[in-house]
Design a protein. Structure first.
Length: 365
């Protein structure tokens, strides 16, 4: 049974009509299949899909990224890689089933595969904790990333999580520290790392693994610091304003590519990745192959430097930096500083902060 989003009602009706036309023994009593009508209806569906999906707003894109039928990490691991050997446990606490990890073959060469897995049905979603990793999950990936680095094996990561698990147990076992260590590990690797955002890329739960040489993103995926509902609740105390939040957050692949947060958009079939899984497999396979090829002639130090410089550049084209291409010189734009200090309100705030800091220092020492 297909699942439809609330803006796909026209598609639902047309596809229901198409199914009836294909069945010679439907309730309307047709005795033969009308092939012309079938072709016409299919054409209407294709046109309607293209019309809807070429004009998605950020909230609709979020809904597509969360679609129940959207292919998950396990699907990609099973169909893109050969000889996958699953590895478990962080060697400190236990196993985290919300993330799949193991070594495999891609185009005949060894790779480490990491995939955040939400699950396909209710039972598997509960088992996978809806893709929300715990500290032991991040420590497991750190252990295996260091192993891959030691043997010069590239890493391919599939990102699909609403965020890291915020439960009491996770916090007691050092969730924030585990995320920070994972980011640190990703940044220190001397091997190529490719992160593919296939659904939701939520907050620190995603960036802990997406601090990669290349960040690729499916066309209808999202990647943000918080969910639109969470943002709306904090800013406006009204989760119903998620559309306004989604627009402001710039969470779509197109926006993130423009901001240079991600490196490439992988095209999806019209109507979302779930409508043609063979096509999305082919597109992802080609993208991974092409990006791995870029690092064949690079030394470990060059790979490390490129990743570091890429992340250092993020945001500088709209910040205080004069020259985003010269990372060795972190010069401040004097005009922006001058504008800041010429503002009387800013001077009062800065002076107040300085005075309070001095008083606190005097009283506490």
């Amino acid at each position: 049974m297909k699942n439809y989003l609330n803006f796909e009602n026209d598609i639902k009706n047309l596809e229901g009509e198409l199914e009836k036309l294909k069945d010679p023994y439907n309730q309307e009593g047709l005795s033969e299949v009308d092939t012309n009508k079938i072709s016409q209806t299919q054409e209407e569906i294709d046109i309607k899909l293209k019309e809807i999906y070429s004009n998605l707003d950020p909230w609709q894109t979020t809904m597509v990224a969360r679609h129940e039928d959207r292919p998950k990490s396990k699907f990609f691991i099973d169909n893109l890689f050969d000889e996958f050997i699953s590895l478990s446990g962080d060697r400190y606490y236990g196993e985290d089933k919300s993330v799949l990890t193991g070594f495999a073959k891609f185009d005949g060469k060894s790779v480490l595969v990491i995939g955040q897995e939400k699950g396909e049905d209710l039972d598997s979603r509960i088992e996978r904790n809806f893709g929300m990793m715990r500290p032991e999950g991040y420590r497991k990936t750190i252990r295996l990333m260091k192993l891959a680095d030691k043997f010069n094996i590239p890493i391919i990561i599939f990102i699909d999580t609403p965020g890291a698990y915020p439960g009491v147990g996770a916090e007691e076992r050092g969730q924030a520290e585990a995320i920070a260590k994972s980011i640190e590990c990703c940044m220190e690797l001397r091997i190529p790392t490719l992160a593919v955002v296939i659904g939701e890329g939520g907050s620190g739960g995603a960036i802990a693994l997406a601090s990669s040489s290349k960040v690729l993103m499916l066309e209808n995926a999202i990647y943000s610091v918080i969910s639109p509902e969470g943002c709306a609740t904090i800013l406006w105390r009204d989760p119903k304003k998620m559309l306004d939040a989604a627009k402001a957050m710039k969470l779509s692949a197109k926006d993130l590519l423009e901001l240079q947060i991600i490196d490439e958009i992988i095209e999806e079939p019209v109507g979302g990745a779930h409508r043609d899984k063979e096509l999305i497999l082919s597109n992802i396979r080609n993208s991974i192959s092409r990006n791995l090829e870029l690092y064949k002639s690079m030394t470990p130090e060059e790979i490390f430097s490129e990743r570091k410089n890429k992340f250092l550049k993020i945001g500088r084209n709209k910040g205080f930096m004069k020259d985003i291409n010269s990372l060795s010189s972190l010069k401040v734009d004097d005009k922006k500083l001058e504008k800041f200090f010429n503002n009387k309100k800013n001077l009062i705030l800065f002076g107040s902060f300085l005075l309070v800091s001095i008083l606190l220092f005097v009283f506490l020492s």
